[in-house]
Design a protein around this ligand. Structure first.
Ligand SMILES: Cc1ncc(COP(=O)(O)O)c(C=O)c1O
Length: 409
């Protein structure tokens, strides 16, 4: 193999691609075709969505499951089920996809950003507790990339202050914390089945809970405000149509059969990469052993030390990509720096002019998130982790090659 870096025109470490995503076979095609033939395409006269809800809730260890159109709506409905109102505050981490905070705005409440733990990139429990005010009604810990947030501490703090917990488990299908399924620990757990996710039907989402009351509320919210067992034109509650369709239900049911094996493979590959990459100066894998008994690695995240490498992260990632490793820089700014927040473009929501004239997101400063987004975080996507041990070795070989020539970068 050429020792010249591929970014300088040398031979790349890899010329073949990693496993593609989604994975499917004829059984997926048949599952969807069956729905077509049945003529029962919507959940109101079909069986697949309901069957999937039961199967997925059981898989994650929750009593109730509800499928909805996506993992943004699921967050919003979970907050609405908790009774969040205008003027309330909901604490969120800033190292997350936009949806976590937008769900708060669309639930008519105010997102309050709190820093992440630099060892896990998940919500820092101490910072969460310090940010609680009399207006705080809920917190949304995000299991970033499938890494479990510190749920024991978060649940204890929330209980002490009477605050609801909605787990954003959009990255955490198959994940477990101290043996408990992620998304089944808080008051409610929210999942996404969007195309990149570890369990997917292209689009889709779910809400899990152990509370019959919260499940009833979410069901009413997603089904035009209807009452369980009520009449078609009886709408005693607020709600709209966020129902998932039967094509997606059928696909999810079939895809679910692969999830355990795929999760175990990603977890094993993640541990393998951790051990190998920890030996390379200037790279630090995220902490393990903090309770995540199964890490689904929606993202494999590693920390880059620009000072040790002598070049910014962007250059290192470009060098990795040139070697055939599809790494990325992930979220490149803390969420609170997006114009949505700096300009408070909240449309009709939150009543911020009356409720929060003092709120100024340009003053938010979360140093761990700043580092993670601007200089430190490096991501590999979950499908890369579905590869073989040789695939993982090629990642290590590429990093080792670049490391050996870091002065030429
Ligand atoms: C952390 C997180 N939360 C919520 C969502 C929203 O899910 P969806 O795309 O299904 O609306 C995503 C999706 O990318 C996500 O990454």
């Amino acid at each position: 193999m050429s020792s010249t870096l591929a970014i300088h025109g040398g031979e790349p470490v890899r010329k073949t691609s990693f496993p593609s995503w989604p994975t499917w076979d004829e059984s997926d095609v048949e599952a969807v075709a069956d729905v077509v033939r049945s003529g029962h395409w919507g959940r109101l006269n079909g069986t697949r969505v309901a069957e999937f809800e039961r199967a997925f809730a059981e898989f994650q260890g929750a009593r109730y499951g509800l499928a909805v159109v996506n993992g943004s709506v699921s967050l919003r409905l979970a907050l609405m089920a908790l009774g969040i109102e205008a003027g309330d505050e909901v604490i969120v981490p800033p190292y997350t996809f936009l949806a976590t905070a937008v769900a708060v705005i669309e639930a008519n409440a105010t997102p309050i950003f709190v820093d992440i733990d630099p060892e896990t990139y998940c919500l820092d429990p101490a910072a969460f507790e310090a940010a609680i005010t009399p207006r705080t009604r809920a917190v949304i810990p995000v299991h970033l990339g499938g890494q479990a947030a510190d749920m024991d501490r978060i649940m204890a703090i929330a209980a002490r202050h009477g605050i609801g917990v909605v787990e954003d488990a959009a990255h955490a299908h198959g994940g477990a914390y101290k043996g408990r399924g992620l998304g089944s620990i808080g008051d409610l757990g929210s999942f996404s089945f969007q195309a990149s996710k570890n369990l997917t039907s292209g689009e889709g989402g779910a809400i899990l809970t152990n509370s019959e009351d919260l499940d009833d509320k979410c069901r009413a919210l997603h089904h035009c405000g209807r009452r369980k067992g009520g009449q078609w034109y009886e709408h005693p509650f607020l709600g709209s149509n966020y129902r998932l369709g039967e094509f997606q239900g059928a696909l999810l049911l079939n895809q679910l059969k692969r999830l355990r094996e795929q999760t175990e493979r990603r977890n094993a590959n993640g541990l393998y990469l951790n051990a190998a990459l920890a030996a390379i100066p200037g790279l630090r894998p995220m902490a393990r052993g903090r309770g995540e008994t199964m890490h689904p690695y929606h993202l494999y995240v590693c920390r880059y030390d620009a000072a040790a490498w002598g070049v910014p992260r962007q250059r290192f990632v470009a060098a990795l990509q040139a070697e055939g490793i599809p790494a990325s820089e992930g979220y490149t700014v803390p969420l609170y720096r997006q114009g949505l927040f700096t300009e408070r473009v909240f449309g009709p929501y939150t009543g911020y002019r009356q409720n929060r004239p003092d709120l100024d997101y340009t003053r938010v400063d979360c140093p761990a998130c700043e580092r993670a987004s601007t200089t430190e975080g490096i991501w590999l996507s979950q499908s890369v982790l579905l590869g073989s041990q040789e695939d993982m070795d090629s990642i290590v070989a590429a990093v080792t090659k670049i490391s050996a020539q870091r002065r030429t970068l």
